[in-house]
Design a protein around this ligand. Structure first.
Ligand SMILES: NC(=O)c1ccc[n+]([C@@H]2O[C@H](COP(=O)([O-])OP(=O)(O)OC[C@H]3O[C@@H](n4cnc5c(N)ncnc54)[C@H](O)[C@@H]3O)[C@@H](O)[C@H]2O)c1
Length: 309
């Protein structure tokens, strides 16, 4: 198939392009390089089946494609809060432009959504049927509400025009090609541990997250896209929950670091708990994460070690 991946130069987008190329597809990778880096494309950018397009999804684009993976959007708070209006435009105008392209070409469409649409959840684990607890005017709203609107648009284009759509609700994912300075917890802790700087946890560090290795996540996205029926939103993530303090300890012992753990103020609307219910993905796609946190973290530590040399 001829597949368009938006957000191609980002962390997840670059792994997705590589996987799709390895599966024998032709891939057009589109990105405005806001948080993405050309370096992420280096291992496959010269392949004949790959084309890179420098473009911003808030503007329409005309291409002939069979499928679209819409991943374009800054995903870490420091980037998505730097220009909140552009963030929500990226989710909303981006979805409108790419769903318009899917409508014109008859392409299958996958929207990369997020566990953030559940906000600070009042139940755990979060099932797809949970509607969420989001502050619509808080500092995270540009991202959370933008993604919720993108889900609405994706569903309405399908209901109204019969588009074949998929919605992946992605939970925290980590691995090689994460940007070292974007404030995400795994990359933050590894960079701090490797440099011997204090490891900064928000508050007491008892808040929990569930971390999925990127290879598992990409496999879930591909399975969802190629699944024959459209199942509505599907959670993709690793259900193994860990407290932030525990994670910091694991990274310190894995890197042999002398770093101390220090506590800083907890950001506004920071969720206390995050854990996916992945029964739907298991039943429908036969998918569940295979890579343990210790295996995944060790590969990621190696990546950041190489970067620092
Ligand atoms: N990594 C995670 O843990 C996670 C979790 C939930 C959801 N997601 C979603 O997955 C997608 C990819 O996330 P990521 O972790 O790879 O983030 P990332 O920041 O590494 O990648 C996002 C990419 O989108 C590009 N981009 C941003 N605005 C754009 C625009 N207007 N036009 C074109 N390109 C634009 C950036 O330059 C970047 O390359 C995002 O939609 C994100 O919301 C990621």
């Amino acid at each position: 198939m001829r597949l368009l991946v938006t957000g191609a130069a980002g962390f997840l987008g670059s792994h997705l392009c590589e996987r799709l190329l390895n599966d024998g597809h032709e891939v057009i990778g589109l990105d405005n390089l806001y948080t993405g880096r050309r370096r992420n494309l280096a291992s496959f950018s010269t392949r004949d089946e790959f084309t890179f397009l420098l473009h911003d999804v808030t503007f329409p684009i005309y291409l002939e494609v069979d499928g679209i993976f819409n991943l374009a959007c800054p995903a870490s708070p420091i980037h998505y809060q730097r220009n909140p209006v552009q963030t929500i435009k990226t989710s909303v105008h981006g979805a409108i432009n790419l769903l318009g392209l899917a409508k014109r070409t008859g392409a299958k469409f996958l929207q990369a959504s997020t566990s953030e649409i559940y906000g600070d959840p009042t139940c755990s684990p979060q099932e797809e049927s949970y509607w969420g607890n989001v502050n619509p005017i808080g500092p995270r709203a540009c991202y959370d509400e933008g993604k919720r609107a993108a889900e609405t648009l994706t569903t309405d284009y399908s209901r109204q025009y019969g588009l074949d759509v998929r919605i992946a609700r992605i939970f925290n994912t980590y691995g090689p090609r994460m940007a070292p300075n974007d404030g995400r917890v795994v990359s933050n802790f590894i960079v701090q541990a490797l440099s011997g700087n204090p490891i900064t946890i928000y508050g007491d560090g008892n808040q929990t997250r569930s971390f999925c290795h990127v290879d598992d996540l990409i496999d879930g996205l591909v399975r969802l896209f190629f699944h024959t029926t459209a199942p509505g939103p599907v959670n993709l993530g690793n259900p193994e929950e860990v407290s932030i303090r525990e994670l910091a300890g694991e990274i310190i012992s894995m890197t042999g670091s002398q770093s101390q753990i220090v506590s800083v103020d907890i950001p506004v609307d920071d969720p206390k708990q995050r854990r996916p219910d992945i029964s739907k993905a298991e039943e429908l796609l036969g998918w569940r994460p295979r890579i343990s946190r210790s295996q995944g973290l060790s590969v990621t530590v190696d990546y950041f070690r190489d970067l620092s040399h």
